[in-house]
Design a protein around this ligand. Structure first.
Ligand SMILES: Cc1cc2nc3c(=O)[nH]c(=O)nc-3n(C[C@H](O)[C@H](O)[C@H](O)COP(=O)(O)OP(=O)(O)OC[C@H]3O[C@@H](n4cnc5c(N)ncnc54)[C@H](O)[C@@H]3O)c2cc1C
Ligand code: SF4
Length: 470
């Protein structure tokens, strides 16, 4: 145990957000980083529990060796701590920024859990700054070739692991930049894009080839010994109302992608919230990213509609520790909206009833309606609760319903009832030399789960390749 009394002496202190109004002037990292002394105090809070729930199935999907690296960090042995972290975590700089930190809620300190996410970010960034992170080029190659289709976190984790086993890996990516939703989806202020580019440069130096602007095709099945589909669960849920083809209506990921593309190339975005009344449909994390982006683009107002009631402030008895708490969270975008507009942008138990375009076909307003439970417990529109809301930009962040049809058609594949490429036996092997991983296999999830699934797929591919070699 690092410091026996650490958890009693030091309070939990996260890397603080920059001031809400100041950070709205740019798309830079939301957080200010704490000095090393503060970081060591935070690591000292780890109790090194006999049963560390943080690294169990309730906590970190990567099963990071959290108490071990927290102790080394507390003792000032940062390089050793980083080595322990890297035993299980492929890219701590991604999770250090965007992981919801399941481990912290499963911590025995409960609501005051150790700041593991900030600690791992500190370790990896220290490693890059001090030159401890260097390309690890495999000593020998197996002669086997693998194509990884999709460069999101699952594809990158899969490619990284297979490359380290000595296989020759090519990542095939349809977009112009690698990273999947890390690059085009999660906004720059949550995950600065140079962090992804730095990792990709490192992977290239380790021997992985990146083929961008390229769609994976069945020809790859002949060209490579194995193909792993890591295309994500990118089919978005739409709204069942008229005039969805009006100008000014976009899916969240299209809007966020354009915002990042414009930012990275220094031009104005083709879809902009500037000066507009913006309505975001969907009260979740993707909706929150739309709120933060619209505010940075200078929207006139932003409202977020959520069908469900607000979550409770505290855990209910049906949701005990160490489960992830299904409680009300107010994320950075919502905090920014409160700072600018003076109120929470979220309106609960409400949906869109009608869209009102002008004569040119551009959206100008919405009719919203409150939802209430009917006797069967289903949410239905409550008559007489309709309201008109100005709206010149409508962003749909209502969730994802599975993988895109384009890839399915091209590879002649069928999903399960939930839109996933998940074989019945729960493996990653779709048959022949074809495998799947990440959100494409599990449904839309989290970066840390995509990383874990990408690695699990890589192990299966490796065993399969080696079995064939024998
Ligand atoms: C707006 C938004 C914000 C999010 N924020 C967070 C967050 O803060 N924290 C968190 O943990 N999770 C977050 N998530 C979820 C997380 O991003 C995903 O769970 C994760 O990125 C899934 O990784 P993946 O590798 O499976 O797929 P993706 O990241 O979706 O990557 C799939 C890649 O495959 C490519 N592709 C698809 N088909 C083909 C093809 N046929 N040929 C070639 N390339 C192809 C795509 O272009 C894409 O680059 C967020 C999701 C969204 C939408
Ligand atoms: S990856 Fe996420 S869950 Fe795992 S240790 Fe890091 S912050 Fe915790």
């Amino acid at each position: 145990m690092g410091k026996a009394t650490g958890f009693m002496e030091y309070a939990r202190v996260e890397n603080p957000y920059r001031d809400a109004k100041n950070r709205l002037a740019d798309f830079d990292d939301l957080h200010a980083v704490q000095p090393v002394e503060a970081r060591r105090c935070q690591a000292a809070r780890c109790m090194n529990c006999g049963v560390p729930f943080c690294q169990s199935d309730f906590g970190c999907p990567l099963h990071n060796l959290i108490p071990e690296w927290n102790e080394l960090l507390y003792r000032g042995q940062e390089q050793a701590a980083l080595e322990r972290l890297l035993q299980t975590a492929p890219f701590p700089e991604f999770t250090g920024h965007v992981c919801p930190a399941l481990c912290e809620k499963a911590c025995n300190l409960a609501d005051d859990g150790v700041t593991n996410r900030d600690n791992e970010l500190y370790l990896i960034e220290t490693g890059f700054a001090k030159g401890w992170i260097q390309p690890r080029v495999p000593a020998a190659r197996t002669g086997k070739t693998v194509a990884v289709a999709g460069s999101g976190p699952s594809g990158l984790a899969c490619a990284d692991w297979l490359n380290q086993q000595g296989h020759s890996v090519t990542v095939i990516e349809r977009a112009d930049r690698p990273g999947g939703l890390l690059m085009y989806g999660i906004p720059n202020m949550k995950l600065p894009k140079e962090i992804i580019e730095r990792r990709v440069r490192l992977m290239e130096a380790e021997g992985i080839a990146f083929r961008l602007n390229t769609e994976a095709s069945p020809d790859d099945l002949k060209a490579f010994d194995a193909v792993v589909l890591c295309g994500g669960a990118r089919k978005a849920r739409s709204l069942n109302v008229n005039h969805m083809d009006a100008q000014g209506i976009h899916f969240a990921v299209d809007y966020l992608t354009e915002a990042t593309k414009a930012l990275l190339s220094g031009r104005d975005p083709a879809i902009s919230a500037a000066g507009k009344h913006v309505v975001v449909v969907g009260g979740g994390d993707t909706g929150n990213d739309c709120v933060g982006t619209a505010l940075r683009q200078g929207c006139a107002s932003v409202t977020q509609l959520e069908m469900m009631p607000a979550a409770p402030e505290k855990r209910t008895s049906a949701n005990p520790w160490p489960e992830w708490p299904r409680t009300l969270r107010t994320d950075y975008g919502q905090l920014e909206a409160i700072a600018v507009q003076g109120c929470d942008p979220r309106v609960y138990e409400t949906t869109v009833k009608a869209i009102h375009p002008d004569a040119e076909g551009s959206i100008t307003a919405l009719t919203t309606v409150r939802l209430a439970k009917n006797p069967e417990g289903r949410l239905v529109p409550a008559e007489g609760t309709e309201q008109r809301l100005s709206c010149e930009l409508l962003l749909i962040a209502a969730g994802f319903i599975g993988c895109e049809e384009k890839t399915l058609k091209s590879f002649s594949l069928q999903t399960d009832a939930r839109g996933r490429l998940l074989p019945e036996n729960g493996s990653h092997h779709l048959g022949g030399n074809l495998f799947s991983a990440g959100d494409m296999r599990t449904g839309q999830s989290l970066v840390v789960r995509a990383l874990a699934d990408g690695r699990a797929a890589a192990r299966e591919v490796n065993e399969w390749l080696r079995g064939r070699q024998a």
